[in-house]
Design a protein around this ligand. Structure first.
Ligand SMILES: *[C@@H]1O[C@H](CO)[C@@H](O)[C@H](O)[C@H]1NC(C)=O
Ligand SMILES: *[C@@H]1O[C@H](CO)[C@@H](O)[C@H](O)[C@H]1NC(C)=O
Ligand SMILES: *[C@@H]1O[C@H](CO)[C@@H](O)[C@H](O)[C@H]1NC(C)=O
Ligand SMILES: *[C@@H]1O[C@H](CO)[C@@H](O)[C@H](O)[C@H]1NC(C)=O
Length: 248
């Protein structure tokens, strides 16, 4: 009898159940690039509630990331992990976090007391992996990689802004990070002169990083100390002692 009633009432109940069951999800969660974020979705403890499924959906990609009904298998190496505490909580962890993870997430509940959705928002803070510089007798260049949000290179020489003489390019990778490169033509007689190459992030209104490049007689690639380019050390200036120099 009870079963019969529930079954016939279900369509009615499901449209009117918003007051019967509560779903609470993390509001805005900001995480550092390459870091980790966790979104939680909690089901209110209602008498007699039976959760039939709880899932997290990436709204922009219209893609369920995990669901308690095991419809989505998560691979071990996935950046996405979910942890379900039966009847009460589904926690979604993303690690490492990429710019493409930014956006709205929806937690979806199906229960005997009806369905309910709750929204969360993931924000990714700035990313920066490193910078390489190249110098030759006729040009200086720099290459910032793993950058987010997208930026622009500004060049300074002897206190003057010489950006308008440079040519730049930008490329996005599958993680939503950018490579920003810029080349500035220089006079052959400006050997050893110092150029300042800075990465400007318009959205943030700040310089994310900057490096000094010296025009040189020989073409050389100066990698940042964090990258795995290993060659001998070249004593051009004190900062260069820290860098590894590649002669080509
Ligand atoms: C340098 O020049 C660029 C391009 O001409 C401009 O967008 C930028 O605001 C200038 N920056 C400064 C600090 O003068
Ligand atoms: C960005 O630059 C890095 C380092 O130079 C390189 O390994 C990577 O392939 C580049 N990615 C794209 C999309 O060009
Ligand atoms: C630029 O980034 C490097 C790490 O690659 C860091 O060591 C350096 O301090 C940064 N420089 C500036 C001016 O932010
Ligand atoms: C390069 O110039 C920018 C803008 O004027 C400044 O913020 C930055 O500190 C300079 N970088 C270096 C490495 O001198």
């Amino acid at each position: 009898m009870e079963v019969f009633l529930l079954a016939t009432l279900f369509p009615l109940v499901s449209s009117a159940t918003n007051s019967l069951v509560e779903l609470r999800a993390s509001d805005v969660v900001a995480g550092s690039c390459h870091g980790r974020v966790t979104l939680v979705c909690d089901v209110s403890e209602e008498k007699g509630i039976t959760v039939s499924s709880l899932s997290w959906i990436h709204v922009k990609e219209k893609r369920p990331l995990c669901s308690t009904d095991h419809s989505i298998e998560l691979k071990k190496q996935d950046r996405i992990r979910c942890r379900y505490t039966p009847q009460t909580r589904l926690a979604l962890t993303i690690s490492p976090l990429w710019p493409t993870d930014q956006g709205e997430y929806l937690c979806k509940l199906r229960s005997n007391l009806g369905m309910k959705n709750a929204k969360s928002q993931v924000q990714v803070q700035e990313c920066f992996s490193g910078v390489n510089a190249v110098s030759s007798p006729s040009a200086v260049a720099c290459h910032f990689y793993g950058v987010f949000p997208p930026g622009k290179v500004h060049w300074f020489h002897q206190g003057k802004n010489v950006t308008s003489a440079a040519t730049s390019s930008i490329k996005e990778d599958h993680k939503g990070m950018y490579n920003v490169s810029s080349t500035l033509q220089v006079n052959e007689d400006s050997t050893a002169e110092e150029y300042n190459c800075s990465l400007w992030i318009p959205g943030a209104g700040t310089y994310l990083n900057s490096t000094k490049v010296h025009a040189s007689q020989r073409t050389q690639r100066i990698a940042d100390p964090n990258t795995a380019v290993s060659l001998h050390i070249f004593g051009l200036g004190s900062y260069l002692l820290l860098a590894r120099v590649v002669m080509t």
